[in-house]
Design a protein around this ligand. Structure first.
Ligand SMILES: [Zn+2]
Length: 175
């Protein structure tokens, strides 16, 4: 999957425009509040919400579409929270109606290598959306140039600049 010519880029760019994105870190928590979504944290060792999956420790995020709610695993690092929120927000933007009609199409977000082939088309699109939202092309230009000219070691701090998982940064850089 090539992120940069993915159809979800249009949707991600629309949101960046709406929030008047300037540069660097894209604050997912603020975006979700602005778009009327409620975020709550769950403790993976305690199942407090009956609707959450039984496989809690492996779940990064889980959406409830009718309730406009996203549950996030509180034990994961901030970079993963950003990714999980952006991925789930992608489902709200791209797939909400489909998932409300048929909730079986939806899978809670678990940890898997990005670009994995056997995930659903919905998850592929949500990953693509997340990468395009959290790593805007405008700001990636300089990192791409540095990468091509000097190699990855000179731009490996990029994930900290954008506050995203290293894997997501590398994925977008290489695609
Ligand atoms: Zn997903």
């Amino acid at each position: 999957m090539l992120i940069f010519d993915c159809k979800t880029k249009k949707e991600a760019n629309k949101i960046l425009k709406e929030i008047s994105y300037n540069e660097g870190y894209v604050n997912m928590e603020k975006i979700l509040i602005d778009y009327g979504k409620n975020i709550y944290l769950f403790n993976p060792s305690q199942k407090t919400d009956k609707k959450l999956s039984d496989d809690l420790p492996n779940i990064l995020g889980h959406s409830f579409f009718e309730e406009n709610k996203i549950a996030i695993n509180e034990s994961i690092p901030i970079e993963d929270i950003q990714y999980a929120l952006a991925h789930e927000f992608g489902h709200f933007i791209l797939h909400k109606e489909k998932f409300i009609k048929n909730f079986n199409l939806y899978n809670p977000l678990t940890r898997y290598p990005l670009g994995k082939k056997d995930i659903s088309i919905f998850d592929k699109e949500a990953d693509c959306f997340a990468a395009n939202l959290l790593l805007p092309d405008k700001d990636m230009k300089l990192f791409r140039y540095t990468f091509k000219t000097y190699g990855y070691h000179k731009c490996s701090y990029g994930n900290k600049y954008f506050r995203v998982p290293e894997e997501l940064f590398r994925y977008k850089l290489l695609n």
